[in-house]
Design a protein around this ligand. Structure first.
Ligand SMILES: N[C@@H](CCC(=O)NCCCC(=O)O)C(=O)O
Length: 252
């Protein structure tokens, strides 16, 4: 059987005046090298993408991180310029794909912006500039142009015993992760259960209650060290196994 395929919603990027629909290499490389699945990058159009038609052709959904933020209007908050940058095409593409993948039992892994999209897609809210809150650490991307330094593993996260994410990671309790975000989950959506938090209380991993298949999100970046970091590798391998199981069942 050929490698199954996962949909990866693109970001809209403007480079030298040219508009690109792009996904970062670290996500699609981890998908291929560790999860052993191919990626189909979905253009970030504000309209025209039909979630079911896209999902009919894939066996999983991988929702990546991005420096852009989910538009606050999608969770009932008035947008301020400082809440950006925004990517309405990414929002309009990701959220319907997330909702339909969950409804159809298509495996989904959501990372960083992705976990925030997952929570909003199911009716939850986000908070911004979390580092300005009393007792909350600075989870933002370190001030460096070196990507390995920016994505360095530097923060504790406590994974709940018996959680889906503990099963996928192959362990529970304290793990070390990277951290590059200024927003986080505020109110969890009705079907979202928290599965890991930072010692400062920031939500770091969730799963979807009563999901038909693999359906979880992490606020950190397992893709970046997926080939070398144990928990990251386990998570991407478990996602790939879920995608293969879905593809095999679909083929029957
Ligand atoms: N914009 C959101 C989500 C942060 C996120 O996905 N970070 C990864 C992108 C970092 C990079 O590739 O440079 C937030 O800030 O919370």
């Amino acid at each position: 059987m050929s490698r199954p395929v996962v949909a990866v919603p693109a970001d809209l990027k403007i480079v030298d005046g040219v508009v690109w629909h792009a996904a970062q290499n670290q996500y699609v490389k981890a998908a291929l090298k560790v999860a052993d699945v191919m990626s189909f990058i979905v253009p970030a159009f504000e309209d025209g993408n039909e979630a079911d038609a896209i999902l009919d052709h894939v066996d999983g959904l991988l929702v990546s991180g991005s420096v852009s933020n989910v538009h606050p209007s999608l969770y009932g908050v008035e947008a301020r310029e400082e809440d950006g940058p925004f990517d309405p095409g990414r929002d309009a593409t990701s959220l319907p794909l997330i909702r339909r993948a969950i409804e159809r039992g298509i495996p989904m892994l959501a990372i960083c912006r992705g976990i925030q999209e997952l929570n909003v897609a199911l009716g939850g809210t986000l908070q911004t500039e979390i580092q300005e809150n009393e007792g909350i650490w600075d989870h933002r991307k370190p001030d460096t142009s070196d990507r390995d330094e920016a994505f360095a593993i530097r923060q504790s996260v406590i994974v709940r015993e018996g959680s889906c994410i503990a099963n996928y990671l192959g362990l529970a309790g304290e793990i070390q992760v990277n951290s590059l975000h200024r927003q986080a989950i505020a109110e969890t959506a009705p079907r979202i259960q928290v599965e890991a938090t930072a010692p400062d209380g920031t939500v770091e991993a969730v799963s979807v209650i009563d999901a038909k298949a693999f359906a979880c999100g992490v606020q950190w970046h397992p893709e970046y060290w997926a080939e070398t970091d144990g928990p990251s590798r386990h998570l991407f391998t478990a996602f790939g196994d879920a995608v293969r199981a879905y593809a095999a069942a679909k083929a029957r």
